[in-house]
Structures are given as structure tokens and as C-alpha cells.
Write a protein that binds this ligand. Structure first.
Ligand SMILES: [Zn+2]
Length: 95
């Protein structure tokens, strides 16, 4: 048995990358104090609440849930984002 057997299929890569790491912090909500994501989901007319244990992203007073951070281009699954300028094209995301 070899110590590193190749896996038949590569596992899905679900790592996340912050496009402006100098500006955003990944945080975990520790309490049940009412705090809301700064963005609404498309088609919804309310801001959704962040709950204890939820991972969110913060810049100063702005907080975004993971879904909205992905939609706004704050974070990405694209490991090579720094190679093809995702940072510059993030304004293409709908706000
Ligand atoms: Zn949100």
C-alpha cells in the first residue's frame, strides 16, 4: 500500500478566497444579537439576519453573509483569481 494513493475523482474544491483581503475580515457570529446582512437576496425585500455560528464577512460596519459576499464578488471560489484580474471585473456583479 502506498502512502498516497490517487483518488479516483478529485474532491470538489470549496475553498474560498477573499479578493481584497486587506479590506475584509472573515468572522464567525458569536452571539444572538440582532445583526443583518447589508444585502438583500435578489427578489427579496428584506435583509436577512445573521445567526450565531454563521460565517460572514465584515469591512468596518458592513457585514455580508456568505451568499451575498459571493454574489458581490467579495469572495470567490476561484483559486487563481489573482491571475486573471477578477478583482478588476468585480464591478460587473449586480448590486
Ligand atoms: Zn446576505
Amino acid at each position: 500500500m502506498t502512502p498516497q494513493e490517487p483518488t479516483p475523482e478529485p474532491a470538489q474544491d470549496i475553498r474560498l478566497y477573499v479578493l481584497e483581503p486587506e479590506n475584509w475580515q472573515a468572522r464567525v457570529k458569536l452571539d444572538w444579537e440582532k445583526e443583518y446582512c447589508y444585502q438583500k437576496n435578489p427578489g427579496e425585500d428584506f435583509f436577512h439576519r445573521l445567526v450565531a455560528g454563521e460565517v460572514y464577512f465584515q469591512r468596518e460596519d458592513e457585514r455580508y453573509c456568505l451568499n451575498c459576499a459571493l454574489r458581490r464578488g467579495i469572495v470567490t471560489y476561484d483559486r487563481l483569481n489573482w491571475q486573471h484580474g477578477t478583482k478588476k471585473s468585480r464591478t460587473n456583479f449586480p448590486i
